[in-house]
Write a protein that binds this ligand. Structure first.
Ligand code: HEC
Length: 85
């Protein structure tokens, strides 16, 4: 019993370093219909990203409200207006 539990813990420890779930969402969901490049070249405010994300959901992107919020934070952090060059 104990050994089995230890194995399970060890198996979990072998999973690669925890990734950023927001990044996973972005890379998983937003690459579904077009390249991620298409998204990365944009620089938008949170409000603008909110609208874009809603538009993508209209197109068929599947995101729960929680995922949408997580993704919005990620988008603004990485592709927000302050990163504009
Ligand atoms: C169900 C399909 C689908 C998914 C999933 C999807 N998109 Fe899109 N996206 C489209 C379509 C269709 C277009 C329209 C333009 C085209 O590709 O010609 C587009 C265009 C865009 C554009 C450029 C047009 C614009 O708004 O200026 C951005 C930015 C964008 N998507 C962001 C995202 C993000 C962020 C995600 C992840 C949440 C995402 N997309 C996921 C279908 C999708």
């Amino acid at each position: 019993m104990k050994a089995g539990l230890l194995c399970a813990v060890l198996a979990m420890a072998q999973v690669p370093a925890p990734k950023d779930p927001a990044k996973e969402l972005f890379e998983g969901v937003c690459s579904g219909c077009h390249t991620l490049e298409r998204v990365k070249i944009q620089h938008r405010s949170k409000q603008e990203w909110r609208e874009s994300t809603a538009a993508m959901i209209d197109q068929g992107a599947v995101l729960t409200p929680e995922e949408t919020n997580m993704l919005l934070d990620y988008l603004v952090k990485n592709f927000g207006p302050e990163n504009e060059q």
